[in-house]
Design a protein around this ligand. Sequence first.
Ligand code: TGC
Ligand code: FAD
Length: 388
Amino acid sequence: MLPDTNAPDFMQLAELLTEDERQVQAAVARFVDERVLPIIPDCFEHERFPTELVPEMAALGLFGPTFKDYGCAGLSNVAYGLIMQELERGDSGLRSFASVQSALVMYPIHRYGSDEQKQRWLPAMAKGEAIGCFGLTEPDGGSDPGTMKTHAKKAGGDWVLQGAKMWITNGTVADVAVVWAHTDDGVRGFLVEKGTPGYTARDIRHKFSLRASVTSELSFDNCRVPERNRLPLADGLAAPLSCLTQARYGIAWGAIGAAQACYREALAFARQRVLFGAALVKKQIVQQRLANMARRIATAQLLAWQLGRLKDAEKLHHTQVSLAKWNNVRMALDVARDARDLLGAGGITVEQCPVRHMLNLESVITYEGTETIHQLIVGRQITGEDAF
Ligand code: TGC
Ligand code: FAD
């Protein structure tokens, strides 16, 4: 079989997938083509998250899809990755929404929550009837969350939270925030519900990146939450860091979708643009650039696929996820920038997707651990030396 150079799937990854995984990917791809792509340039331009798509995403089973209970679909981790890839082919903002809901809110409730917390939130979140956000980063710096200033003090049967969280995806639209805070016993996680006195969320505007995604700051001013809202099994910084591993895994796949969208648009343009008497695709340098994009996308796909198989086999180490997040987001950002350039002046408008993806990827390379942080994580794994 000849490799598919349009999507592209140069190394025939599709052949490595199960029938279920292929079907999931096809269903999400259809949703993105029919429902997302027609509206997303306008959402990006007008700084609007398309809330109207949330029930459709829920109906497709895109929230918490790897869980086998609480109304979730019980899909493989590769299927989950393909969902992230297709969503991000639409826009990183849409993938961010789904990442936060599944990996950063449903995951900690599922892994660290009480039965009561699981019953209360997981079925509603799977149906998209409740939305969550994850508050770890603070205004004074996100790379070193161990130094967070937000703290929670025990007061009778309650906890009193004081502090602030910054750059929080879905903050103002969330019904529940998973908030990480220092206590006298170390870092703990709390479920803070919308409307709790002392808890406020405010949107961060004027972003040039992830404009179709809600980003907020949260503040906690003597915010009292009951003991039953503490995640009982979350003990120490490893708990929030374990959530990051889930989200970074999804990003490693998602970035491929953004790169594929940019590549496709650049290829289509190069086929029809005639300059110096010939279509751009006939120029050696243009072929080299397209080949380079296909090469980088193909290696990222195989990396993501192997990550998925390791995760399904419960053999995945978080440093492997760091290497893949670093590689695949860097790959996507480079492909997006090159595709933007190939499109010439037309490439700077929202009509063409590369500039939107390129700007979005500037956030994606920063959040969930900056590129430098992932390089240092891999460096520490190799050398045994902590160079943070
Ligand atoms: P360190 O000593 O390395 O680790 C403390 C404990 O945690 C364990 N651990 C992990 N476990 C699971 N997954 C991971 N990724 C883990 N990383 C570390 C570790 O084994 C240890 O366990 P134990 O049992 O020995 O205590 O901690 P450190 O303070 O030295 O920090 C290390 C560092 C720098 C890697 C970490 O702080 C880090 O990852 N910093 C980056 C922060 C970050 O990525 N923030 C993301 C915020 S959320 C977000 O951006 C959402 S974007 C959402 C969207 O819209 O998609
Ligand atoms: P800093 O940590 O201040 O880093 C500044 C610079 O210093 C970076 O270039 C970094 O690489 C570099 N640096 C850091 N440490 C070292 C070192 N040891 N050596 C050399 N260089 C170093 N956070 C959440 O908790 N929840 C969310 O939902 C969320 N959503 C986000 C959405 C968006 C759109 C964005 C942009 C961010 C989001 N974040 C979220 C925050 C994100 O995780 C942080 O931005 C990220 O972890 C980096 O933190 P910082 O921005 O404070 O940068």
